[in-house]
Design a protein around this ligand. Sequence first.
Ligand SMILES: C[S@@+](CC[C@H](N)C(=O)[O-])C[C@H]1O[C@@H](n2cnc3c(N)ncnc32)[C@H](O)[C@@H]1O
Length: 215
Amino acid sequence: MRTESPNHLSRGQAGKWDPKGPLLTLPPDERLDLPAIFGNARPVELEIGTGKGTFLLARAAARPEVNFIGIEYARAYALYAADRFRRHGLANVRVIHADASSVLAGLTDGSLIRLHVYFPDPWPKRKHQRRRLIQPQFVDQARRVLSPGGLLLVVTDHRDYFRQIEAVLAEAKGLVKIAFPKMADADGQIVGTNFERKYIAQGRALFSLARMKYC
Ligand SMILES: C[S@@+](CC[C@H](N)C(=O)[O-])C[C@H]1O[C@@H](n2cnc3c(N)ncnc32)[C@H](O)[C@@H]1O
């Protein structure tokens, strides 16, 4: 694994953002040594599809006793989020520029206390739906990397995808349904991501679920 320096950026990006520090890249399926990444063995929460980093920024600032990892495969967003974390001087958050499935595969069993998935791409066209993140294989990995008592948390605005997620989770062993924990400070928000704020402003219905690993 390496920390990206501005030398790895295109000329335009290097001038615009300085992601030095919080941005990591890793070869596919590389094993992730979380204590080595953070320099301590504090509990870790991971968000898939960090986007601009708004959720992690607020959560990492509010919980310095916890470490946070964001995974984002759109390079521009990964750079943007990393730069925000650096500017806020947050030592407990990193962004990995990679596909979520390869990062999860590199985590040891039971290494996360929370796995956040907020507004995963819904791929609405039928022929694209196999690209959806939350499938049986993903749920198996999620359960493996969560510690006992750890939480899988999902929010989406897409009713059809939500039904599919519930159906996949209904078949999964070792995960029990729980109430969604309170996380956002602002009234009416569930988690406080950019997409959530946008969809609330548009008056869209939102769907959330939480599962706890019990074995
Ligand atoms: C709809 S956006 C939501 C962003 C953010 N969670 C929010 O609520 O504002 C979905 C994000 O997930 C990222 N993403 C989708 N699939 C991914 C994957 N397999 N691995 C990493 N990032 C992914 C996309 O690049 C995009 O930034």
